[in-house]
Every structure is written in structure tokens, then in C-alpha cells.
Design a protein around this ligand. Sequence first.
Ligand SMILES: Cc1ncc(COP(=O)(O)O)c(C=O)c1O
Length: 388
Amino acid sequence: MNFFNVYPLMDIELVKGEGCWVYDSHGQKYLDLYGGHAVISVGHTHPHYVQKIKDQLDRIGFYSNSVINRVQEELADKLGKLSGYDDYQLFLCNSGAEATENALKIASFENGKSKFIAFHRGFHGRTSRAVAVTDSAKYRAPADQVHEVEFFELGDLEGVEASLKKGDICAVIIEGIQGLGGIYLPSQDFLQGLASLTRQYGAFLILDEIQSGYGRSGKFFAHQHFAGIKPDLVTMAKGMGNGFPIGGVLIRPGIEGWFGMSGTTFGGNHLACAAGIAVLDIMQQENLLDHVSEVGHYFTQQLKKVGPFREVRGKGLMIGIEFDYPIAELRKSLLKKHHIFTGVASNPNVLRLLPPLTLSAKEVDLFVNCLQETLGELKRPGVSAQHE
Ligand SMILES: Cc1ncc(COP(=O)(O)O)c(C=O)c1O
């Protein structure tokens, strides 16, 4: 049977992973600065993570959401404490798109409206409503065109307010840090403005932390770098399971669930929750939030020695290096010659770095030296590095 041909493949078969490293079928080792689309949070095959999943599998791997599940309860407890959202409610699902879909739907059930505001360069997933709030017409099939969505530039608070004033907006959805678009950060004023305007006009604020959450920015969620922002809904996935499919929505107090409002067969199963608990245990035991801040800062300091680049954007270990030219050749050379995985963005001039959160300073040095060497070989300059 052939696969449905939707993924361009690199000619590499990965058979093993350990920490920030992956190994191919020929035994070649690669430094993983991309984590398979920002998924690897606590490192490949972390012993505690592996053991937790094995132990859970020995007991029970799955039962549906129709029985008491203490593993879910432990996950919710630990997540509440570590994220600072202890007073919120948790809905568990299986992926980022599903988290987006549920957040939009819960908002719509709650205020009875159906129109959404989203932002240029934003990405929220590929299911119908999620892709409708994603700024890429290419991903939308004719059947996805039924949703009403208005797009604004990131930072256009006036535009958003003018639209909210009409009174028909259900929710505003925004990434904590835009990922696929090329690592763009909303400003503090903008996010705080959205929080207060949505409250004023009876719309919901949804923070998509699917890529920027779970410690990637050095805070549990990227929006927590700014004071006073408590979204109505927060979506999570990717780093939440370190590769085990699990996603979730945090729902503010006061939004009441009812039987049938949402649901999923696999969401919140025992095995996925065990993976999710292991991730939180490791984040806490290894103090990963502080580590990410420190190593992220070190990373950008070191990049300054190689630059200048047009811009270095991001926070923690969510880094975009923007060049004056497309990075395709550079990225290929980093992979083929130096065996380093890096990522692309929809902005073709941006190299996107989303390493495991356990990345060490030594691994940063290794990358920075290889980048310098590669830029020299390609006779390409970078252009002034700045990073928050
Ligand atoms: C910000 C953001 N939202 C949603 C998604 C969709 O997640 P998934 O691919 O798990 O459906 C992604 C995936 O890249 C993402 O980066």
C-alpha cells in the first residue's frame, strides 16, 4: 500500500534518540535542534519518561472517559501547580488541532457567537475550524471556507477593537509566540490590550500555547512573561507528551461544561497521561524553566559572535534567526555536512530552532561553530542580533 503523498521526506531513517541527539539507521548521530516540530521537551528517551510509560502499560494502557481515571487526576494536579493555572479546568485531547477546535467550540457554545478574530502569520492546526483561523489559504479546502474569520496584523489593536465593537465576535485566537510564521512575539501592550478588549466586548481570548507553551520560552506559557493576562482558554499539545500524542485546553472558572459539550475516545487515556506526568516531573526535577531561560540567553549571546543577522527573535529555546536570503541551502548544509536538524518557517529567510529543553551550553557551542563554518563555506554573511 502506498502512503497518501502529503509529506516531503528527507532521506534519513531515525532509529534511536537520546537527549538532544538522534541516530539514523547507519549509526550517524545528529544534533536535534528542531525536536520534530517542537515536540521533544524533556529530551529523547529520558529514563524517567520511558519508565513511567512502561510501568503504566504494565498496569493498564487505555480505558475510555466513562470511568474514574486517577492518572488523569494526577496529571491535572501537577499541571495546575506547575503552570499556575490551578483554578482552571482541564479538557484532554490528542493533538494541537483538536485543542484549537475544542477551544473555539467551547467559546462558541458559551457566548452563542460564531465569528473569530485571528492574526496574519498565525497557525492553529489543520482541522476545519482550526485551519479557518490559520493564515494560509493554501491549507483551506472549499469545505473549510464556511467559517467567518477576520485577520489582523499582530499589534493592530485598533483594528481588533473596531471589529469587537460590532458585538458579533466569539473569540480572538493568538499564539503565545507565533511559531510556523517565523517566530514573531506579540508585545506586552498588545496582549494586555486584547485581554481587556475581549473582556469589555464579551468575546473570549484564546491563547494558543501549543508550540510556545510547556516551558519552551522559559516560562510555563509564553504569555506569562507579561503580567495581568489570564486568557479564557489556553491550548496545549506538542511538548506536553514529549512525543506521546496528547493535547489539552485550560478553561477558566465560570465556563460550565455539560455532558456532550465535547468529547473524545482517546483523549486523556492512561498511557498518554503517564507520558504527560513524566514530562511535568522532569520539568520540575530538572528545573527546566530556569534552564531554558539561561541556555536561551547564552544561545543568543553566542549567536551575536557569528552574526550580524537581520534579526534574532524569540524567547528561551524558541529562536528564529532571520537572514537576508532564503535559508534552504544553509539548512541543507547544516544537515548534510554537520548533521544538525534545524527547522523552516513560512518566512523562507527564517531558520527556526526548537531544540529539546534540556539543551546544554556545550551543544549550543557546537551548533554556533558549525553555523559559523557553514556561513563561511557558503560565503554568506548573516546582518545585528537581538533577543529578549
Ligand atoms: C501554534 C500551533 N497551533 C496548533 C498546531 C497544530 O498542532 P497539531 O499538528 O498537533 O495538530 C501547531 C502545530 O504546528 C502549532 O504550532
